[in-house]
Design a protein around this ligand. Structure first.
Ligand code: FES
Ligand SMILES: [Fe+2]
Length: 357
């Protein structure tokens, strides 16, 4: 019997669309990670090697020698570039080969792909273009808090076996604190779930503000600041395409207004750079900065330790969530509840950008 007409059609090669927003800056590394050794990292499905030249400039190349494909991350950094660890070809930060040991003439095609990189606010940003070789059309986002003398910060770099947007969801919805993080920044679960939440957004960002007056100070807050029995807590979450900036903290009731821009009390400034590795895995670059109470100057170390513990708890939850999504129906039959307003707006922004990438 003849096959129906549709099934006899010749397949047409379709250009694979990106699963991620392109023409965007993403976090490639925290500045302090890049020392005198190359770092291999897959970013948005691109195998990349990151390194610093002798004069301290950060650079990023495709992680594959054009000679016989050894990862360039197996090589070594030299003054002006990166030397392949197999037959010694030396590459400049723009990807061109500048030396072939034992051979005078360098073929024009002896080069590898390079990526635009900027080091700013102690973060290494990489531009992931829609069209290979095109220059950035903007500068990386600002994150001034790493250099603010009011704060001291620590950082971590986590790998996630889960898609990057599950991390966005988690950070845009801090109502989970009362269930997931009781040992550190949790507190009363019902207060978290009923906190007045204001969500606003534009085409590239989402802001979620939650105020929780009359909270019980959670363990991390008590370890860092001499709170009494109660505190007035705030959470301001800003979502941007490549990262979130989360400003949380608490004031002593009656001392400072919870919404005064110059309020005192205890402050935590979290940076959360979220860069897809593949469709099903991600890099999570975080830092946590806090202010110091004059009587408790060393507490930032405690805050960073407890932050690590907190983010380990998130990773357990999110990776378990993703494993279960794979066993069941993905996210096709999720039921929304009131805490999802912020995460859903971020998902709509990302979906639109992916559509245009
Ligand atoms: S594989 Fe790199 S120089 Fe041969
Ligand atoms: Fe969390």
């Amino acid at each position: 019997m003849n096959a129906p007409l549709e099934s006899r059609q010749i397949p047409i090669a379709v250009e694979k669309k990106s699963s991620f927003p392109l023409d965007q800056w993403y976090v490639a590394a925290m500045a302090r990670e890049l020392t005198d050794k190359p770092v291999a990292r897959t970013l948005l499905n691109h195998p990349v090697v990151l390194f610093r030249t002798g004069d301290g400039r950060a650079a990023a190349l495709e992680d594959r020698c054009c000679h016989r494909s050894l990862p360039l991350s197996c090589g070594s950094v030299e003054g002006g570039g990166l030397r392949c660890g197999y037959h010694g070809m030396l590459y400049s930060p723009n990807g061109s080969c500048i030396e072939i040991p034992g051979q005078e003439k360098i073929p024009a095609k002896a080069r590898v792909k390079s990526y635009a990189v900027r080091e700013k606010d102690q973060i290494i940003w990489i531009w992931m273009p829609k069209q290979e070789g095109t220059a950035p059309t903007s500068e990386p986002p600002d994150y001034p808090h790493h250099d603010d003398p009011k704060y001291k910060y620590g950082f971590g770099v986590y790998h996630y076996d889960a898609p990057y947007q599950l991390i966005h969801d988690n950070l845009l919805d801090l109502s989970h604190l009362g269930y997931v993080h009781l040992k550190t920044i949790g507190g009363n679960a019902r207060l978290h779930m009923t906190a007045k939440t204001v969500v606003s957004s534009d085409e590239r960002s989402v802001k979620v503000v939650r105020l929780m007056p009359g909270s019980t100070p959670p363990p991390t807050y008590r370890a860092a600041y001499p709170f009494g029995d109660a505190c007035d807590r705030w959470q301001e979450i800003e979502f941007h395409i490549s990262h979130l900036a989360i400003w949380t903290g608490a004031v002593e009731p009656g001392k400072d207004a919870i919404d005064d821009p110059n309020r005192g009390g205890f402050h935590m400034r979290g940076f959360h750079g979220i860069t897809p590795e593949t469709e099903s895995s991600a890099h999570y670059f975080w830092s946590m900065a806090s202010n110091r109470h004059p009587d408790m100057p060393e507490t930032i170390d405690t805050v960073v330790e407890q932050t690590k513990f907190t983010f380990d708890e998130d990773r357990l939850v999110i990776e378990a969530q993703y494993r279960n999504m794979q066993r069941f129906n993905g996210q096709s039959d999720w039921t929304d509840i009131h805490v999802d307003a912020g995460p859903n707006r971020a998902r709509r922004i990302v979906a639109k950008l992916v559509e245009n990438s």
